[in-house]
Design a protein around this ligand. Structure first.
Ligand code: BES
Ligand code: ZN
Length: 632
């Protein structure tokens, strides 16, 4: 009998422990970041000190990262950090009195998306320490997913190499071993050693007057999430735009950049008027080579920008308004996990529109909204229903693939809907309070909903309640009472597309030179499906679409060119695919080509010729899309 009891109890304990474990894993926790290995419930990083040498010869960074950590769990003995393709050369514990101890470490199994956990076994000396530091010596891989190393031939000047980082979403771990989750905020300092003729800049306190010489020091005194750590090194120079604003670029692009982004200082001033104080000191731009994968990246104090915005007419600067607006929505108040990304991107799209309205005018905002709305409607046709919610379940896949019009455009629509319901004054009051309340913190979609309910929805006579907002957050499609963007100028362009197609109007009568680039894009999008090649030729000759300097017009036109198989423009389409590397511009052109029923092989050929100049992330994404098209 005793024997039986003796065996049964541990067995029961074991069973219940197991079932607890499985149920814990099965229950989806919307507040958890599923894309980090870090044990942030036991330790959090508060500060990182980097000392890195930038080696263009081997395309590696090497040096060390010292992580100042705070203990949350008195019994925890192991720190787990995120890494990807890092080689770890050593690790030491640094105690408060400066004493050091070697730390035993090992890398775990590789995960294709998440990278490799680094397990650090804390020596006894850290057993009770509430604060300690870990010094990690490491070297990055030439294949680091965050870093692109460009040979001189892929820069504007053609004489010096250039490297830059893109950490969002989970690539910071491929250049710094850290807790790579937006839930943890860190301050950082860095010493960066480069070839003496090149300049290093970071998402930190760049001093426009820093002399060259190959050793640069940075400080980021405001706590930021890891995805905002950023670095670039190259033959870059500074030019001021205003008191607190300026632009870094290769000298060949500096004048064009100063012209294009001349409104940045005013954007900053207007943003402070509407959203509250700018908490970051300076606001500068860094114009990168064409391979930069995004339109812009909101690295704090220094947004990284695609050169494809240099249209010569300031028509694409909504991207600058967008990245600047992230200084509030995203950088100041940060999405708690990648699932809450609409809080970064949707709110920023709304703030971007508000800025564009004061700097330019409402017509321009309406035009941009109609164009985005069209992209949203197209996406709703292909995005699976459960991923159409603003705050869907997100615990698998690659968070880089989890971005698109849904967050941007649907998120913007929700905020516009709230503005309409409560009035601009009331909504601005709410936004200001929201930024102040959550400044330098993170927020989940549920946290936002609760705060919204308490601070806005409860206004007397409110027609919008929690249920309506929940529909936006958790359900597919667009709610029936959502605002529908309208633009009278785009209506006119749309009408002309039909009139021209039916022969009522001649190309020479289309007032395209007086149109905004947005109207031109809408005109192109509104052309009827059936159009003979000679009619497209008529348009292209009359309006010069294939030769456009405007990257967004080019994108819109070449998508049509590929979908319609308008082969006379294929040579210029290929030039376009070689000239730009921003994913948004080229990806849909490749897809249109691959899916037009005839040109998959041609798409592969063009991709084969161009891919060497693309960013590895863009290259991989296009490669996957072409493989998918192959299987269809
Ligand atoms: N933060 C994003 C870029 C991003 C998102 C990088 C998710 C990695 C993962 C940036 O602010 C952005 O939204 N860029 C847009 C421009 C914007 C005007 C829509 C882009 O690159 O097109
Ligand atoms: Zn953004």
């Amino acid at each position: 009998m005793y024997e039986k009891v003796f065996w049964t109890i541990p067995l029961l304990m074991l069973l219940s422990a197991c079932s607890e474990k499985t149920s814990e894993q099965d229950v989806y926790d919307p507040a958890r970041d599923y894309f980090t290995f870090a044990n942030t419930d036991q330790f959090v990083t508060e500060d990182i000190t980097l000392d890195l040498t930038v080696d263009f010869g081997t395309e590696q960074l090497h040096g060390r990262a010292m992580l100042a950590m705070r203990r949350l769990d008195a019994n925890a003995t192991e720190v787990i950090l995120d890494t990807r393709d890092l080689s770890i050369d050593g690790a030491q514990l640094v105690l408060a009195d400066g004493e050091t101890r070697e730390v035993g470490f090992r890398l775990g199994d590789d995960d294709e998306i998440m990278g490799t956990p680094l397990f650090l076994q804390l020596p006894d000396a850290a057993a009770s320490a509430a604060n300690f530091a870990l010094n990690i010596e490491y070297t990055t891989s030439p294949d680091s997913t965050a870093l692109q190393w460009l040979p001189p031939s892929l820069t504007a000047g053609g004489e010096h190499p250039l490297m830059f980082s893109q950490s969002q979403a989970i690539h910071a771990r491929s250049w710094v071993p850290l807790q790579d989750t937006p839930a943890v905020r860190i301050t950082y300092e860095a010493t960066i050693r480069t070839p003496p003729e090149l300049l290093a800049v970071m998402s930190a306190n760049n001093d426009p007057l820093t002399p060259r010489g190959g050793e640069y020091h940075f400080e980021m005194p405001q706590p930021i999430p890891s995805y905002l750590m950023a670095i670039a090194v190259g033959n870059i120079f500074f030019a001021p735009l205003g008191e607190e604003t300026g632009v870094y670029a290769e000298p060949e692009l500096l004048d064009a950049s100063v012209f294009e982004f001349a409104d940045t200082q005013e954007m900053l001033e207007q943003a402070e008027e509407i959203f509250g104080p700018y908490e970051w000191g300076r606001y500068d731009l860094l114009v990168l080579p064409p391979s930069f994968p995004y339109g812009g990246m909101e690295n704090p104090r220094l947004s990284f920008i695609t050169p494809s915005l240099l249209a010569g007419d300031r028509s694409l600067v909504s991207v600058i308004a967008h990245e600047l607006a992230h200084s509030w929505s995203g950088n100041l108040v940060t999405n708690a996990t990648w699932r809450d990304q609409w809080l970064n991107e949707g709110m920023t799209s709304y703030l971007e529109a508000r800025l564009m309205e004061v700097i330019y005018d409402k017509d321009r905002v309406d035009e941009e909204r109609v164009l985005s709305y069209r992209e949203l409607l197209l996406d709703l046709e292909s995005v699976p229903a459960d991923m159409q919610a603003l705050a869907p379940r997100l615990d698998t896949g690659d968070p880089d693939d989890f971005q698109g019009t849904m967050h941007y455009s649907k998120g913007d629509l929700l905020l516009t809907y709230l503005e309409n319901a409560f009035g601009r004054a009331e909504f601005d009051r709410f936004l200001g309070e929201y930024f102040a309340e959550f400044a330098f913190g993170t927020i989940t979609s549920e946290g936002f909903l609760d705060y919204l309910e308490e601070h806005l929805l409860q206004v007397e006579g409110s027609s919008v309640g929690r249920t309506q907002v929940e529909q936006w957050l958790y359900e597919s499609g667009i709610p029936e009472d959502a605002p529908v963007p309208e633009s009278s100028t785009l209506h006119a362009a749309e009408a002309l597309a039909t009139e021209w197609a039916s022969g009522e109007v001649d190309v020479s009568e289309i007032p395209a030179t007086g149109w905004s680039p947005q109207a031109t894009r809408h005109f192109i999008n509104s052309l009827p499906a059936e159009l003979a090649a000679d009619r497209l030729a008529e348009l292209d000759e009359g309006l010069g679409f294939s030769a456009t300097r405007n990257a967004e017009i080019g994108r819109t036109w070449f998508i049509q060119v590929a979908e319609r198989r308008y082969t006379p423009a294929y040579a210029q389409m290929e030039q376009f695919l070689n000239r730009f590397g921003r994913g948004r511009l080229i990806f849909p052109v490749y897809v249109a080509l691959a899916e037009n029923g005839t040109d998959l092989a041609l798409a592969r050929e063009m991709f084969g010729n161009a891919r060497g100049a693309y960013h590895p992330l863009t290259e991989a994404r296009i490669g996957r899309a072409l493989d998918d098209a192959d299987r269809k």
